[in-house]
Ligand binder design. Structure first.
Ligand SMILES: Cc1cc2nc3c(=O)[nH]c(=O)nc-3n(C[C@H](O)[C@H](O)[C@H](O)COP(=O)(O)O)c2cc1C
Length: 174
């Protein structure tokens, strides 16, 4: 399958069967994140793999809103970065997240981006403070997002050409 075909197929998957995700697949997904481009090649990120069910249950309170997949996923990868290393840590973490999400899909796994930056936890703290406390993240790190991972329990249809908003593309001027 070409890269473009994989991109058409990539979907956010929020329901999982409960079957295991192999360590080999998790390593491939982490490799995709670690291969992401970063400004000046600073690579400010760190990746926290959470595969302890108790910790995943706890993390499910890190956000108000759409995070129920943390209760049923097999594994989650939390992407954080040292903000003192670069002013483009948000972009660097986002590239890593997108790479890992696409890699997971290409392996037949379900995954979903769970936003943490600028979001609120169930207990009124910021999602960032909640996650840093739950995962013992050092003070100087910022939390971007979490990628939930699991064997997909169904998957939305692949995107089609009709989904491509080419009217958002401009040439030479807006
Ligand atoms: C920056 C960003 C934040 C997102 N945050 C969430 C989230 O917190 N919870 C969630 O269920 N999905 C989240 N998503 C997934 C989007 O809802 C999803 O990508 C979008 O609806 C398009 O669907 P698709 O990924 O299946 O193409 C996020 C995606 C991005 C890129």
């Amino acid at each position: 399958m070409s890269l473009l075909e994989m991109m058409y197929n990539r979907r956010s998957v929020r329901k999982y069967t409960g079957e295991a995700v192999s360590e080999e697949d998790v390593k491939k997904i982490l490799s995709a994140g670690l291969l992401g481009a970063t400004g000046k090649n600073i690579r400010p990120w760190e990746f926290i793999v959470v595969n302890d069910k108790d910790v995943l249950q706890k993390l499910a309170d890190c956000r108000t809103g759409s995070v129920a997949m943390l209760k049923t996923c097999e594994c989650a990868i939390v992407v954080i970065a040292d903000e003192n290393k670069t002013d483009v840590w948000v972009e660097d973490c986002s590239v890593a997240m997108a790479n890992m999400h696409l890699m997971a899909d290409s392996l037949g796994l379900g995954s979903c981006w769970i936003q943490a930056r600028l979001r609120e936890a169930n207990d009124g703290r910021t999602a960032e403070d909640f996650i840093k406390d739950a995962l013992a993240v050092p003070e100087n790190y910022k939390v971007e997002a979490i990628l939930s991972l699991g064997q997909p329990d169904g998957k939305p249809e692949a995107h089609t050409e009709a989904d491509l908003l080419f009217d958002k593309v401009h040439y030479n001027k807006f």
